[in-house]
Each structure stands twice: as C-alpha cells, then as structure tokens.
Design a protein around this ligand. Sequence first.
Ligand code: ADP
Ligand code: MG
Length: 601
Amino acid sequence: MSATEHSSAVTITSLPSTPSVLSQLWPFLALLSLALALPLSGNDYWALIATRAAIYWVLVSGLNLIVGFAGQLAIGYVALLAIGAYTSSVLAAGNVLPPVPAFLALGAAGVVGAVFGVVVGLPALRLRTFYFAMTTLGFATIVTQIALAWQDVTGGGIGIAGPQLPAPLNTAWGFYFFCLAVAAVCTWITGNIARSRFGRALVAVRDAEVAAEASGISKPRLLVAVFILAGALSAIAGGLFASLQSYITPDAFTFDLSLLFFIAVLIGGRGSILGPLLGTIVLTLLPELAAPLAAWSTFLYAALLLVIVLAIPGGIAALLDVRSRRPLPDKRAILPKLAALEALIGRPKVSGVLSLRGVVLSFGGVRAIDGLDLDVRPAEVHGLIGPNGSGKTTTLNVISGFYTPDEGTVTLGQEALPAGVPESRIRRGIARTYQTPRLIGEASVLQNVMVGATVDGRASFLEALLSLPRHRRDEALMEKRAELALAAVGLGALAHVRADRLQHSELRFMEIARALMAHPAFLLLDEPAAGLSTGEIKRLGELVRAISRQGTGVLLVEHHADLIFDICDQVTVLNLGRILAGGTPAEIRVHREVVSAYLGS
Ligand code: ADP
Ligand code: MG
C-alpha cells in the first residue's frame, strides 16, 4: 500500500475484504449437520423425501453449471435422468447383457450420461438460447418415446425394476446416507469448478462473451467439458432415482420434473452453488408440505418462478448476499501504483512490430476501413484519433481478430495473425479493452480481473474438479497477479466488491487491469478516458505511459486531444476509414487538414 492509499484509510475500512473460508462454508456445514441428524426423526417418510432431494441435487448440481453459470437454457434435463435410470436398470436386470452389480450399473449410467450430455448440449454451440431450449425439450420427448416403444429392453409401459444396492444400503436410511454422500461429493466438485478458472470462464461466456473470447476462452471446449460432467451426474442421479422408485415406467419422467430442475437453479440464483441447493430442497419439499396441492405442482412452480423473477431477480443467492447490500463509500479515488507494473508485466515475451497493410473492410455499402496501413511499435504509445464513425473501433476489431478484413494483412513481427479467431490473440500477447466496458456484473472485481489470466492456468478441468495441487497453485498465482494488477491500476481496495457496483470510470481501469493479466506485448485501448474526470484522465495518462515503459506497445483510441498529445509517441488520424495524417503529436497539432476537419480551433 502506498502512502496515498493510507490517507483515505477511513473510507477503505468499510469496503468488503476477502471473504473468509468459514463464512463461505458454514451454510453447507449447517445443511450437512441437519441432513445427518435427520434419522433422529425416526420417520421413514422423511427418509424418502430427503433421499429424493439429495438425488435431485445430484442432477441439479451439474445442471447449475450449464444454466446458472454458463447461462444456457437447458430445460429438458429429465431426459438425462431417464437415460441414467434406464441404463442402470436394464444393466442390473440383465435384459441385454448378463446382469451386473448395482454399483457397476450406476457407473455405466454415468458414462452413458456423459456421452448423451454432449449430444444434448452440442446444439448450444450453434443455436441461440431459445432454440437450444427447444432442442433439449425435444430430446426429452424422444427419450420417453423410445423407452415406451423399446419393450424387450425397457419393459415399455409396464416398466422395469430399478437396481437394488447391497446391504446395508438397501434400507430407507441406508440408501439415504448413500445418496447424501453422493450429493455432498457433487456439491464439493461443482463448487471446485465454480471457483476455478473454468467457472469464471463459464460466467464470462454468459455475461461478456466478447471479452471472454479476447481472453482466450474457447466456448466450445469449455461447454463440452461441462456437458460431460452434467450429463454424467444427471445419469447417476437417474440410477439412484430408479433405485428409490424401485420400479420405473416412462411416465415417471414428466415435464414437471424437468421444470423442477430448471426452476431450482433459477430461484437459487445464477452463479451460486448454495442458492440452487436451497432451491432444490425447497422445490422437493413444497409439494409434500402442501400435499393437497400436489396436483397443482406445475402451477405452483410457475407461480413461484414469477414471484421470484419479479420480487428477487437474483434468486435466493442474492437474498443471502448481505455483503453486497452494504453501501460503498462514494468518495473513492483511483490511485494507480505504477511501481507494481514491473512485477506484473515483466518484459513482454513477443517482440516485433504490429503492422496493418492495405486493410479494407466494408459493412454493406459502408467502407469502415479503406486501405489502412498502421505500425504499432513495442514500448510506444500510438494514438488513433478521428471523428465518430471514422473506423477506429473497427480497426481494433480487425487487429483482435473479431472482424475478417476484405483485403490486407495484420502481422506481428514476421507472423501473420489469422482473421476471425479472437481467442488466438491473447497467446500472441495482444490484449484489449472496449468502448463499452465488458464486465461480469455479479462477480467480484478480483474475479473479473482473474478472467484475463485464464490461459495461464496449467491444471486441467479434471484437476480443478478434484482441487488437486496444480489447480490450487494456479489459483493462488492468478489471485496474487490479479491483486497486483488491481493495485497497479489503483483499484486494490475494491477487489472484493461486485463489479456491477463500480462507477463507470472504475470499470475502465478494471478492464485495463484484466488486460494487463496477460503480460501484453500490445495493449489496445478503446476510448479509455471517456467518462473520466480531469484528475482521472491525468492518472490514466501516467498509467498508460508507465505501461509502455515496460515494453508494451499501446494503441490508444481517444477523443481527448490533450491526453493524446501529452502521452503519444505517434499519432494516426483517421477520417472515413482512411488516414488523414500521421506523425508525432507536434506534427499533428499543426497539420492543417487535421485542425480544420477534426481538432477545430
Ligand atoms: P469509430 O470507432 O471511429 O467511431 P467505428 O469503427 O465503430 O467508428 O465505425 C466505422 C463505421 O463502420 C461506421 O460507419 C459504423 O457505422 C460502421 N460499422 C462499424 N461496425 C459495424 C457493424 N458491426 N456493422 C455495420 N456497420 C458497422
Ligand atoms: Mg469507436
């Protein structure tokens, strides 16, 4: 902490600090204690209900990563429950192969579920949310129809016996403890994913897809991993469900049940584990507590959903998030700590010039860029200015791979940068910010910044799932770097605040911190000074200069002429997609056409 930060210590003390492990764990421990004490009730009926809740949670815990974290509307997940139930029952009954033991049948169901999880999920990579929702529903209908028609194997409408676990797991309470253990493991592993770079990437894909791509996150690979996990968990839940029912027919897998799983996530709250867990418990209990209303359950769920969406859009999780309701001090200064940049950026790995040659890009009849040549050199600040609509943002989008130019090339050193693959840029050391900040509103500032280092992670999805040492090292490293990046841009005190509570100017600095996580060789800034106060613009200028001193080349799109002339080494002026002028600030300042067309007076 620098001396200047201490001077505002009065305000800083009221800002949220690192949430302690215990404060995050205690609700889960309390629920587990309650669950363990349940047999004291001595009531077998409770065993049945609680077992059902545990089984539903096994499914919902996986679905939560898809719906709550990745924001995909998968509403037909009862299909995977059915697939798991039938796979394990058919294998245990020996309808196709010699009968296998119940545990083996459950494991096999998990494998089959993983495969079908991907099959059901694949459309999400191409279809818009609503159409994806429809495909999952369609799949659910197909599965029940097949179960009904394929009589020799599934028993058709007459049904089939579920797998029976060996003693002592074959009693009501024995089976309950087994399901509780599976549910606890699911809570742990999905919680591990949620707190990993994969969990952050899922939420980034949901809330800030463009920033996720520019941070090197590959949506298809990420979603496939989660579909495999959710499919496997859902099918294992299906096997347990078949055991609990002891006998299954296709009409056990109703639309109501599918709706229950989906709504449990929604009323629980997006991006939370505890919320959907409580949601699942509430929705399982609800029809039991109001038994006469059981026939109305679809109606009840729908009504409950409406109430939640209207009254508490963030669901149970938002209701429990007391930290984010405490007011933040409204006088807080952004005080960058430039000394932190050295440790943060180091010496950028990639050297060479970032060059555009003859780039042309039209949108319909509009030539947004019209034959642009541009060279951005390491350790230089290169200003790109021009009136609105002159093609500045489009230029950044071409460099960062979002747009494919009609003509021309973009090269870094000797290497041509492929068009249309924004995920490839971060590994080549190109990071950027956006004209409209791209943030994950519900995540903390620290987590938003950590997204910028996603590609630095070494641990695989499986290692993160089990919280193995390499994953924990990744996390500790990323968190430390993110703290350093936040200190560097002057937001250290806000690390644990939800990003959607920041002021606009703070978001602009947060985006720079996220970009700096990648040790960028080139940093593209799109109007970073828009909406900043005079003092903030001055500190932004010092920050950008200090970044370039580390060897990073900065391409700065700006409207504030003073900032441009103060800190740039080179300036390019665009007009209608063409270069109007190029040179040092001193040359541009007196360039006759620039002055008359753009700078005025
Ligand atoms: P600037 O950032 O300099 O204000 P832009 O690069 O955003 O300008 O836009 C340049 C021109 O290209 C404008 O005429 C704009 O309307 C057009 N344009 C930019 N992006 C798109 C797009 N995705 N689709 C159609 N037209 C676009
Ligand atoms: Mg723009």
